[in-house]
Design a protein around this ligand. Structure first.
Ligand code: AMP
Ligand code: MG
Length: 336
């Protein structure tokens, strides 16, 4: 849903030394970024055409439901709504808002899809505007229209509602992960069982590579403007997502202001550059938690992740070196 310069994130697909990793690759553009599907087995032209078509249809439906860059999307329409009553919603939007609300509660409000007005205020929204630190009074005013408790999804009734008309939902921190899960489901339904799906650095793997090995993913970090692979993880039927404060930011008076907003302070997370990677059963969960973990930071986030058994890795830059902190559940995925 958002185009951004792509700095710290994942090396897509299997990293070096995997031998011949994939027999077929399908690529395309979606959500303001690119997607890649790596298949372990070769496919003929007819199968490629069919799979590509099914994937594109699925991704287009997700964009129509939840892009905030499309004023006609279902979510944009919901955001404009002043009425506080229940309104029927598509399955995708329901699932995303329901899971978002659970992760908001579990992350003590660090992950919050209602940060939309703050994202816009700080200049990271769909509208192109000059990025500068807003006035305190304006920040105070805008924060009044943020609060995840003000959006509800009722899966059984198939409806959503807002409890405050000022609420603006921004699903950028979870939608790519959801898209990956949906593309994986398309492949499952077509009987494809060995694949790696990636959208804008969020990713999911199933089965094995052509060599019969688990898919391996290198997690990159920026070193002097280049991308260098740091840790390598093996993924079996899991999703992984990474969020970072060096992905999209501006600087003013020597301070760093990132696109990830702490809903508690209504300001970009204050800390040196930091990235968090999360491995979970679904990429949607990994995506949301990765954003939440950046907000919580390597101390509070680490304790929470350990307590919940979440697989999280924090990378913080200190001078020219990196501090890496992994939870027990994450360590189990590390290679080497
Ligand atoms: P991600 O790249 O998945 O970490 O998502 C970051 C994007 O999510 C930002 O560009 C904002 O649009 C939005 N966002 C910023 N802060 C938060 C937050 N605390 N919770 C949820 N979404 C956020
Ligand atoms: Mg995210």
């Amino acid at each position: 849903m958002k185009r951004r310069t792509f700095i710290t994130l994942l090396a897509v697909g299997p990293v070096a030394a995997c031998g011949r990793p994939a027999h077929a690759t399908i690529r395309g553009l979606t959500m303001g970024t690119s997607y890649t599907v790596e298949l372990a087995a070769p496919i003929d032209d007819a199968v490629r055409t069919r799979l590509t078509q099914l994937i594109e249809v699925e991704l287009a439906a997700i964009n129509r439901a939840m892009s905030t860059y499309d004023a006609r999307s279902e979510l944009s329409e919901f955001n404009r709504r002043q009425d506080l009553g229940w309104v029927p919603a598509s399955r995708g939007l329901l699932e995303v808002l329901d899971r978002a609300s659970q992760i908001s509660t579990a992350s003590q409000g660090a992950f919050d899809v209602t940060v939309g007005p703050l994202v816009d205020l700080w200049g990271f929204g769909p509208e192109i505007r000059t990025r500068r630190v807003p006035d305190d009074a304006v920040i105070e005013r805008v924060r009044q229209s943020v609060g995840y408790q003000h959006v509800q999804a009722d899966l059984s009734a198939g409806a959503i509602r807002k409890r405050d008309s000022r609420i603006q939902v921004d699903v950028c921190a979870i939608a790519k992960g959801y898209g990956v899960d949906r593309v994986a489901m398309v492949l499952d339904r077509q009987g494809v069982h060995d694949y790696l799906v990636e959208i804008g650095g969020e990713l999911r793997a199933r089965g094995t590579t052509a060599a019969g090995k688990p898919w391996r993913v290198g997690i990159e970090r920026p070193v002097e403007g280049r991308h260098v692979v740091g840790e390598i993880v093996a993924l079996e039927n899991r999703g992984i997502a990474t969020s970072g404060t060096t992905e999209d930011f501006f600087e003013q008076d020597g301070r760093h202001y990132s696109h990830i907003i702490d809903p508690k302070t209504a300001r970009p997370v204050e800390r040196p550059p930091i990235a968090a990677s999360v491995i979970a059963d679904t990429t949607m969960e990994a995506d949301a938690w990765a954003t939440g973990m950046v907000v919580l930071g390597p101390e509070r986030g680490y304790s929470l992740a350990q307590a919940r058994g979440l697989a999280v890795m924090f990378v913080t830059a200190s001078g020219s070196t990196f501090d890496v902190r992994v939870t027990d559940a994450f360590r189990a995925h590390l290679l080497g």
